[in-house]
Design a protein around this ligand. Structure first.
Ligand code: CP
Length: 310
């Protein structure tokens, strides 16, 4: 009997029940990491990491996470593999997935990672595409729960670009039962149809022209760079368009008194966020970055082995 391969290409690829397990499992793995307790459930397994865009957090968190689980990592980039010399993605998937147990890909179009997954013999994880960044949202939700408890029924304010992070936040809001407030400049709106395949209802999405209004009552305020990777030629235009979408102390004051601030990083202080916010007492960006490793360890283990009790 063959078991279907589970991929993690979008936040919607797992159920609310699976997220409940993963979040609790990530907490256990974090506790073991902090107390130097070995946990090597992926002993002798190999993860291939394919990067078509730059990374610090995604590379370090997946690589160290896999070593801690007892496994190995192969690191490939467009520049040092046949991927950059037009070998079809389908052929790359067929070959790489015969030699490794898991694949993590950071690339441009979501269609590329989906094509890879269709031809892969092993689970494929989205390490960021133009459309989605599900591992980051998993880490962000884990971080929120660590600091404030359940996210269900809470309000998250997304300020800035209606990008891959915003799309994944919207998927999470619907799946896990919280409300996303979104404020973007005109022309950079969130694409509800792309994220959900249908219009969102008001329980999960409220759109605001004013970023200050979007922050009102929020339990978490979060943002991202004004120019994501792959859109660099638009930078000058974006600097003008996004000038009013900088998270500052006034916006944080409009949120709940104990609201958290998150940013997936890297950040540009003075552009999408003021230094006194990202370096201030409500910011949890360093926990957020570290938690990438803990949640991804739980995710890799789950995709290969299912639910574990030990
Ligand atoms: N947040 C994030 O994905 O960081 P990197 O681009 O450094 O991997």
């Amino acid at each position: 009997m063959s078991t279907a391969i589970r991929h993690y290409l979008q936040f919607t690829d797992l159920s609310a029940d699976e997220y409940a397990y993963l979040l609790q499992r990530a907490a256990l793995l974090k506790q073991k990491f902090k107390t130097y307790e070995k946990h090597q459930t992926l002993s002798d397994r190999t993860l291939a990491m394919i990067f078509e865009k730059a990374s610090t957090r995604t590379r370090v968190s997946f690589e160290t996470g896999m070593y801690q689980l007892g496994g190995y990592v192969v690191h490939l980039t467009t520049g040092d593999s046949q991927l950059g010399r037009s070998e079809p993605i389908e052929d790359s998937a067929r070959v790489i997935s015969r030699m490794v147990d898991l694949v993590m890909i950071r690339t441009f179009e979501q269609s590329k990672i989906e094509a890879f997954a269709r031809h892969s013999r092993v689970p494929v994880i989205n390490g960021l595409t133009n459309e989605f960044h599900p591992c980051q949202i998993l880490a962000d939700i884990f971080t929120f729960i660590e600091h404030r408890g359940p996210i269900q029924g809470k309000t998250v304010a997304w300020i800035g670009d209606g990008n891959n992070m915003a799309n994944s936040w919207l998927q999470a809001a619907k799946l896990l039962g919280f409300t996303l407030h979104v404020s973007t400049p005109k022309g950079y709106e969130l694409d509800e149809m792309l994220a959900l395949g249908e219009r969102a209802d008001a329980r999960h999405l409220r759109v605001f022209d004013s970023p200050l209004q979007a922050c009102q009552g929020a339990h978490l305020v979060t943002t991202d760079v004004w120019t994501s990777m792959g859109y660099e030629e638009e930078n000058a235009k974006r600097l003008q368009a996004f000038a009013d979408w900088k998270v500052d102390a006034t916006m944080m004051a409009a949120a709940q008194p104990d609201a958290l601030f998150m940013h997936c990083l890297p950040a540009h202080r003075g552009e999408e966020v003021d230094a006194d916010v990202i370096d201030g007492p409500q910011s949890v960006v360093w926990d957020e970055a570290e938690n990438r490793m803990h949640v991804q360890k739980a995710l890799m283990e789950y995709l290969l082995m299912g639910k574990q009790t030990a």
